[in-house]
Write a protein that binds this ligand. Structure first.
Ligand code: ADP
Ligand code: MG
Length: 740
């Protein structure tokens, strides 16, 4: 290994999946270089011929016009290879017509002309100073003026050849141009089309859009040899997609708007298609490589389980159960996401699945994000399983010492059928004798890592429940490798929830209304953004302070209690128990009540500082009321000037449908970091947008999943290019790289 390339020289390391090489930069030699995974420097082939032979994986440094310094600047923009450069899409485009002769100019037309600069004149004495130039070509002369053009005195000199692009006008019956864009042409100038039209690139202080454009221009000229086609002609015609080569050429230098639109469509489609292929392959490989216990759920088992529920299951619950049972009957692990609003009856479905696992002589684990929620689940399970032989247990953090050891031993011996606990507890040190099913209730938090971890385990069937309605677009991307069941309609007999946005001047009226309800023996939640106040920001109301205020001044005649996450677990349990029994009228809390409270008699909720909560969270919170048959009321206390916050409050007052709210949320905020594709182990989207490009997403998903069905490892020769592109994007995480 060359002594100049010591580890501490390396300032920037970029992982180049494709070659299993690390892209390094040495401070000492000011050179970028490649290093293999075992630490050996790979001497790049920088001979003249190879530099001229472009390759998608070639580091940009070896391109003409890019040296080590620019390569570093490019690296800061996320561009390391020629492939990255091609996908460094413009953020905007200009369309300038090609140059015409001066005698062809027409007033009111936008034109580009090239001519010799005959004379210049700066008229500073005018009220609006102007810089005037006269240019000529072999057909005529044209006057050009720039208002406030004093700065041009240094740039424009008679004798130069300039190109000007702008709108032609008439001045005293003579053609002239006002404030055109211009370029002094010299030998190094690129062609006119390159200058006035084409992409405008996201730039940085070390690389201007124009420099980037010039460099990309060189790569673009080589698209014919660089960019392989993915699809056959027939499919492209059917799907209305232009060629991949054209798409790359046009996106960087579109001949016209129509071709730009076609280029975008093709590149977006490809991006979404590769993403969906990745998801399809991931799912397929999970099914191929891990085995699960196939479970039967015959009529006898089914009716035995149903007898446990004191109500008929809803159509949606039955639908979800049918899908789950079909999954569990297979010898490959289920990976299903069960979505449904709070109170829609997911727990019942989960218990059905758990009892199916137990009937098949295996164990089931139910994991919740918090202890409160775990306790809540256990409580409802207890209710349904009264007098049942099914052995179940709640594992809590409070469980320690000998008792804990004993219980863990029982689980290990298979003496427990259903184990409920938090995700953390259940993943810690618990061993099962035969774990057949894992249910993860993520409530509104998406535990991406937890899911990943369970995948490693792979053997049990896995059901993930979430109360956050996930818009279809996200279900197909971020969660695109899971099967999805949806409970859209809640069980009958739910009272409606009326939501009002209350501003300061209406507060007293709201309090008066609440007082009347409390007198009628209804209960209320008051939710605050914080437990205690921040000194520097007294505007944000805090639960602790407001609890004092509410209990002594506003509702002294009622029992008002405080509940928050920093309280000891036992105290929390006690207060929740009392609230459930109706001994407490008003529960003052933070978002902790979001999870795990099911008190049908609580029909009022006040959310203070509602503008500070996101839509999903507001909707979750509101789900705590409207659980009984009585009408419920949700008051959003908020003062705000923010349009987004107003939009959110507005939607909340108009809609109770979680999916509708989620779609709005996605529109208001955009896909955002919460659902960033990278977080879910998918490559970033550079041109497509899952909200705006929904149609393409659907088409890409359908085609990708079909392709994997017909050629699970993409081994067919006609899929070679697609496979190569996939490996470039996903690295070897799909298990394709080593076979490639
Ligand atoms: P989730 O887990 O989706 O929040 P749960 O399963 O806890 O919802 O159900 C909420 C409430 O609705 C519970 O009190 C439950 O007993 C009741 N419930 C569930 N399914 C039905 C049904 N089919 N008919 C009537 N009530 C139901
Ligand atoms: Mg529930």
């Amino acid at each position: 290994m060359d002594s100049r390339f010591r580890g501490n020289d390396i300032k920037k390391r970029e992982y180049c999946n494709n070659y299993h090489l690390i892209f390094c930069y040495s401070k000492v030699t000011d050179l970028c270089y490649l290093m293999s995974m075992d630490g050996h420097k790979v001497t790049p082939d920088v001979s003249k011929e190879s530099r001229n032979r472009l390759d998608l994986l070639m580091p940009v440094q070896y391109l003409k016009g890019v040296g080590p310094a620019r390569a570093r600047a490019f690296a800061d923009l996320g561009v390391n290879t020629v492939a990255d450069l091609l996908e460094y899409y413009p953020r905007d485009w200009n369309f300038a017509p090609g140059p015409i002769k001066i005698d062809q100019m027409q007033p009111e037309q936008t034109v580009t002309i090239i001519g010799l600069l005959e004379s210049t004149d700066y008229q500073s004495y005018r009220r609006q100073p102007i810089f005037e130039a006269v240019i000529s070509d072999d057909t005529g002369v044209c006057r050009i003026i720039w208002f406030h053009g004093g700065y041009l005195r240094d740039q424009l000199k008679p004798g130069q050849v300039i190109m000007a692009s702008g709108k032609a006008g008439l001045y005293k019956h003579q053609l002239q141009m006002t404030n055109p864009k211009f370029l002094v042409l010299d030998e190094s100038s690129s062609g006119p089309d390159e200058y006035f039209s084409g992409g405008v690139y996201p730039a940085c202080s070390k690389l201007s859009s124009r420099q980037i454009k010039k460099i990309i221009g060189r790569v673009r000229d080589a698209v014919d040899e660089l960019v392989p086609e993915f699809y056959d002609k027939e499919f492209r015609a059917r799907a209305n997609l232009v060629g991949r080569k054209e798409a790359f050429a046009w996106i960087h230098l579109p001949p016209d708007e129509e071709k730009l639109a076609k280029a975008k469509r093709r590149l977006k489609y490809d991006e979404l298609f590769l993403m969906q292929l990745g998801l399809a392959l991931r799912r397929a490989s999970r099914k191929h490589y891990s085995a699960a216990v196939p479970m039967t759920c015959n009529d006898e088992i089914d009716s035995r389980i149903r007898k446990r529920f004191p109500f008929l299951l809803t159509e949606d619950q039955n639908g979800a159960i049918a899908e789950i049972a079909a999954d569990m009957a297979k010898p490959e692990p289920m990976n299903r996401l069960l979505q449904g609003d709070v109170g829609s009856g997911k727990t019942v479905v989960a218990l059905y699945a758990a009892l199916t696992a137990v009937a098949n002589k295996t164990q089931a684990a139910i994991m919740a994000p918090t202890e409160i929620l775990a306790a809540q689940h256990f409580l409802s399970i207890e209710r349904y399983l009264k007098n049942s032989k099914v052995r179940r247990i709640l594992i809590t953090g409070g469980l320690t010492g000998k008792k804990r050891t004993e219980l863990l031993e029982q689980i290990k011996q298979g003496a427990m059928d259903i184990v409920v606990g938090t995700v953390a507890l259940l993943q810690e040190d618990i061993e099962f004798q035969k774990l057949g099913l894992v249910v993860i209730d993520e409530q509104h938090k998406f535990g991406v890592e937890q899911r990943a971890q369970l995948r490693k385990q792979a053997t049990p069937h896995c059901l993930v429940m979430t109360a956050t309605p996930i818009p279809r677009t996200l279900a197909m991307t971020a969660f695109g490798d899971l099967d999805v069941s949806i409970i859209r309609h809640s069980p009958p007999g739910r009272g409606t929830v009326i939501t009002r946005w209350v501003e300061k001047h209406n507060r007293q009226k709201a309090f008066q209304f609440i007082r009347e309800r409390l007198k009628a023996k209804k209960q209320a939640y008051f939710v605050y953004p914080r437990i205690t106040a921040l000194e520097e920001n007294e505007d944000i109301k805090a639960a602790t302070d407001e609890w004092k205020n509410l209990s002594t001044k506003v509702f002294p005649e009622f029992s008002v209690e405080l509940l928050h996450g920093r309280m000891p677990s036992a105290k929390k349990q006690q207060i929740m128990g009392e609230f459930r029994k109706g001994k407490i009228d008003v529960l003052v809390s933070t978002v902790v009540i979001e999870v795990g409270m099911d008190v049908p008699n609580a029909t009022i909720m006040v959310i203070e500082g509602a503008d500070r909560f996101g839509l999903a969270q507001l909707h979750q919170l509101r789900g705590r009321i409207g659980r009984g048959e009585a009408k419920s009321y949700c008051f959003l206390f908020a003062e705000t000037d923010s349009e987004i916050a107003k939009g959110r409050l507005d939607i909340m007052t108009r809609s109770n449908d979680g999916f509708e709210i989620a779609e709005h949320d996605l529109r208001l905020r955009g896909p955002g970091e919460l659902f960033s594709t990278r977080q879910h182990g998918l490559p970033d989207l550079k041109i497509a947008n899952i909200v705006d490009d929904y149609e393409l997403l659907i088409m890409a998903r359908k085609n990708a999943f079909e392709l994997v069905r017909s050629d699970p490892m993409l081994n067919m020769p006609e899929h070679k290019n697609i496979r190569k592109a996939l490996v470039t994007k996903f690295g070897d995480s799909l298990g394709l790289a080593d076979v490639a």
